[in-house]
Design a protein around this ligand. Structure first.
Ligand code: ADP
Ligand code: MG
Length: 614
């Protein structure tokens, strides 16, 4: 048969099945066909670049290495043209008519080792082209090989079982794919729609992409360039473009690695934490690319949850993507990717904390809550995350923080705990009765102001062999302080008072005892519940208003050195009724300090009674 008349071919039986899968189930979004055809065009140009190195004679040699896309919303067509390597008749049959045959993969195989490293071919599965049939009534591929002697060809198919090839003249080098759209897919002949798709998936393709004559991709895939060649302005511009951000990045991490998996990553910490403004939980935002082509803008299972504030790009050519590139199948490899990135980022934070503590403090103020979340939940990176935690303490100035390691380094003697207190702010913690006993003994107490702190402390449990311990818990035993007995109630009187108070307060207390920790306050309430701290109890109450709560169990400690307690002791003999009111008031005051007094009406009534007698 002459090659100038159309020749009809049946697709292989397997291709028919494959087409069916591609058209109906491989891709979740029809728009993906744009990404696939642009990727093929880019590959064709990349191959031409290689051919140009070794071959002297190239057909139509003066053409730009660019991709031109045109839409026609009247004719309902879209056309992808590249001036790449093109295909001759045999190549059209082999590449577009054979099952899962990737000409790109074959091309790569044929390259020498040195050249392989320098190519940026995208295709490798040999199915992307068929995505065109999701939206096409008819696909025509006009192609002219880079070899001048090979005539131009047009390949035509409706994707239903056969295709035709016919020789034509007048073609330029490369391929032109004309898609006549199905009626229900006419949106893809709209310029704005295609622009949007190109900006999403193909923004970083190396070759210029023009849509109806206008350049679409103007930002480079910065992550693949070497650090030394990139300016601060370029980084910032890239961040704003890629993350759709308006601020400037606070921190940046740009690295590449070959083992255990090939990665190029460019990550940013923004200036502001949107979750802090009360907005919804952030979605993961580090986009996953494979050779500059977007695979997933928000991969859910790539990085640990607590890294959801990061922006930027991870590109890996080794990705175990399935052929639709949309799902990551090999969990083990994805885990490797996650591990490399997380380690690098933790190292960056550690460096900042050590070498630029002011920058780290700014970061921590905004994003410390994620570090805490990680420390509590990410067992794999817990140790590194614990090192990054910061708290104010009874030994720091207001606004200055300490790390757990620094706390431990200051421990004198055989203290086996790291003490902390939870409270809304420094002032309220220091005004309460709990810190004074620790201060008097030179014991440092960490101050925790955030609602997650309690949860974090419970989960973390210990650091460097020291148990994290709430300073307001009844189990905390403090050593005797010298010189505390001066002017105090005697042992016997104190014993009597304590027994009397337990009796007077009845079920409201689990116990009453003389305190060794109190210095300036008359009394304090210690939480005797192992599992529920005062803070947690408050949160539970706020969340579930109607459920009956667990009865409160507090240990009341009284200060035998304090004037109020001494007076109370005298009052128990002279006016037992009034003494009972005073004892109840002391308990309520202690509960208020502990944040444990829920209903104040009884307290207010009693206070008036006491005032009457004053
Ligand atoms: P892949 O890109 O994964 O190899 P595709 O189904 O997308 O698979 O394409 C199959 C093959 O068809 C490609 O490998 C390539 O050899 C050839 N091909 C597709 N589009 C073009 C094009 N625009 N120019 C030259 N060759 C192309
Ligand atoms: Mg392809």
């Amino acid at each position: 048969m002459s090659e100038t008349t159309p020749q009809k071919f049946e697709f292989q039986a397997e291709i028919k099945q494959l087409l069916d899968i591609v058209i109906h189930s491989l891709y979740t979004e029809k728009e993906i066909f744009v990404r696939e055809l642009v990727s093929n065009a880019s590959d064709a140009l990349e191959k031409l670049r290689h051919v140009q190195i070794t071959e002297k004679e190239i057909f139509d040699d003066r053409l730009e290495l660019e991709i031109n896309i045109t839409t026609d919303d009247k004719a309902k067509t879209i056309t992808f043209q590249d001036f790449g390597i093109g295909m001759n008749r045999a190549e059209l049959i082999e590449n577009l008519g054979t099952i899962a045959h990737s000409g790109s993969k074959a091309f790569l195989k044929a390259l020498g080792e040195g050249e392989k490293k320098n190519t940026a071919l995208i295709g490798q599965f040999g199915v992307g082209f068929y995505a065109a049939f999701m939206v096409a009534k008819v696909v025509k591929v006009y192609s002219h090989s880079w070899r001048a002697a090979e005539p131009g060809q047009v390949w035509t198919s409706d994707g239903s079982g056969s295709y035709e090839i016919e020789e034509i003249s007048g073609e330029r080098r490369g391929s032109k794919i004309v898609i006549e759209l199905k009626d229900e897919c006419s949106e893809f002949s709209q310029e704005w729609r295609i622009r949007e798709i190109l900006e999403r998936y193909s923004a970083f393709v190396s070759f210029p992409i023009n849509l109806n004559g206008k350049r679409v991709n103007t930002v480079q895939a910065l992550w693949l360039r070497s650090k030394s060649e990139i300016t601060e302005e370029e980084y910032t511009a890239f961040y704003k473009f890629q993350a759709h951000a308006f601020d400037e990045p606070l921190l940046r991490l740009h690295f590449s690695a070959d083992a255990p998996i090939a990665i190029n990553a460019l990550l940013f910490v923004p200036k502001e934490n949107p979750e802090k403004l009360g907005l919804a939980r952030a979605e993961p935002a580090v986009a996953l690319y494979c050779r500059k082509v977007l695979i997933d803008p928000k991969p859910k299972n790539l990085l640990p949850e607590w890294l959801r504030f990061l922006k930027g790009v991870v590109d890996s050519e080794d990705l175990p993507l399935n052929i639709s590139r949309e799902t990551m199948q090999d969990r083990a490899l994805v885990d490797k990717l996650a591990k490399v990135i997380t380690r690098r980022f933790l190292k960056l934070l550690d460096d900042e904390a050590k070498n630029r503590p002011e920058t780290y403090a700014v970061f921590y103020k905004e994003f410390g809550v994620y570090i805490k979340e990680g420390a509590a939940l990410d067992a794999t990176h817990k140790d590194d995350l614990l090192k990054l935690l910061r708290f104010e303490s009874s030994l720091t100035e207001k606004g200055k923080t300490t790390s757990l390691a620094d706390y431990v380094s200051r421990i004198a003697g055989d203290q086996k705990e790291i003490y902390y207190l939870i409270g809304p702010n420094r002032e309220s913690i220091e005004a309460g009765p709990y810190v004074e006993g620790f201060k008097a003994r030179n014991l440092e107490v960490l101050y925790c102001y955030e609602s997650v702190d309690e949860y974090v402390m419970h989960n973390v449990r210990e650091f460097d062999g020291k148990k994290l311990t709430a300073a307001d818990h009844a189990d905390v035993k403090l050593s005797d302080l010298p010189n505390l007995t001066e002017g105090a109630l005697g042992k016997e009187e104190t014993g009597k008072l304590v027994t009397w108070m337990k009796d007077a307060l009845g079920d409201r207390v689990a116990g009453v005892k003389a305190s060794e920790r109190l210095v300036d306050s008359p009394a304090l309430a210690l939480n005797a519940d192992k599992f529920m701290s005062p803070h947690l109890r408050r949160m539970m109450r706020a969340m579930q208003k109607d459920t009956p709560e667990a009865p409160l169990r507090v240990e009341l400690e009284v200060n035998p050195r304090h004037a109020v307690i001494k007076k109370l002791s005298a009052l128990t003999a002279s006016d037992p009724d009034k003494a009972k009111l005073v004892a109840e008031q002391i308990l309520d005051n202690a509960l208020i300090s502990a944040g444990l007094l829920d209903d104040t009406t009884a307290m207010v009534r009693r206070l008036y009674k006491l005032l009457e007698t004053a």
